[in-house]
Design a protein around this ligand. Sequence first.
Ligand SMILES: Nc1ncnc2c1ncn2[C@@H]1O[C@H](COP(=O)(O)OP(=O)(O)O)[C@@H](O)[C@H]1O
Ligand SMILES: [Mg+2]
Length: 311
Amino acid sequence: MMAIKTIGLKKIFKSGFGKKIEALKNLNLEIKKGETFGYLGPNGAGKTTTLKLLIGLLYPTSGNAFILGENIQNVNIKNFVGFLPEQPYFYSYLTAWEFLDFYTQLFNIPQKIRKKRINELLHLVGLKEKHADLQLRKFSKGMLQRIGIAQALINDPEVIFLDEPFSGLDPIGRKEIRDIIFKLKDSGKTIFFCSHILSDVELICDRVGILVHGELKAIGKIEDLVETKLKSAELAFSGLEEEEKEKIRHFCNRMIEHSDKTLAVFNNRESVNEAIKIIMENKGALLSLTPIRETLEDIFLKEVTHDGQTT
Ligand SMILES: Nc1ncnc2c1ncn2[C@@H]1O[C@H](COP(=O)(O)OP(=O)(O)O)[C@@H](O)[C@H]1O
Ligand SMILES: [Mg+2]
């Protein structure tokens, strides 16, 4: 059984003047239990729409989706799904404790275990006891995001949806969120999160999907999407006469001279080999060869620009 499965999921919004926006075009997706999935795409790609469909905040125009085998039309799924919205709304005069306690009541969590659950969650998201009695208006953006995640976990859900959990955070805040996601992953939860911050995704996802204009353009493990073949290579050398350097300059992409050292960038293996041959034959010194591989960012930009969409 898949944690999340969508079959031809589609959402069309009708705006004024009969204009239609195809926010999600025909999504077929299968996410295994325990998987951490990064759902990537530029602004307006349809990521939030997908999440809202999956957790039942929006109705699909057509298609179907299942969470742990249950049709998403079934309100029961709320019991094993957690959700951090893109811009969570916080009751700023409640303390962290009161805020979480409010959600334990919404979920009818028995009185007996409420206190324990809240303490566990505060600990999980790295908030200290002293924060429990602090009003949310005094929380930093990073702390609010962590309280938001605690709220999403209040019902101990199997499947967790996080909409842009890293947005607006500094590097430390992002690392803290990453660490929480790692902990959830370790405890076997299925995590589906949207992001446009690629560097955070590469570190934590088992697989990613790239959504552009409502269409899933690519899906897979990052190492499968990102071709392992060299995109380019950078060669550093010294000890060549101007004449030999000129030969290399002819077929390299770029050459930078730095005192007695020369850096040349090539975009294919043949050129690299040819340059090494020239360096060796002329008794030059090969200082380093650095492969430059394709990154997730390259794939992302390729998919986005193919489509003529900019962020
Ligand atoms: N309630 C709505 N009514 C009309 N259009 C909407 C609505 N929600 C989203 N859209 C449109 O659907 C598209 C996808 O939006 P969204 O899912 O929020 O993208 P993302 O989360 O990837 O930035 C956008 O063009 C957006 O303007
Ligand atoms: Mg969004």
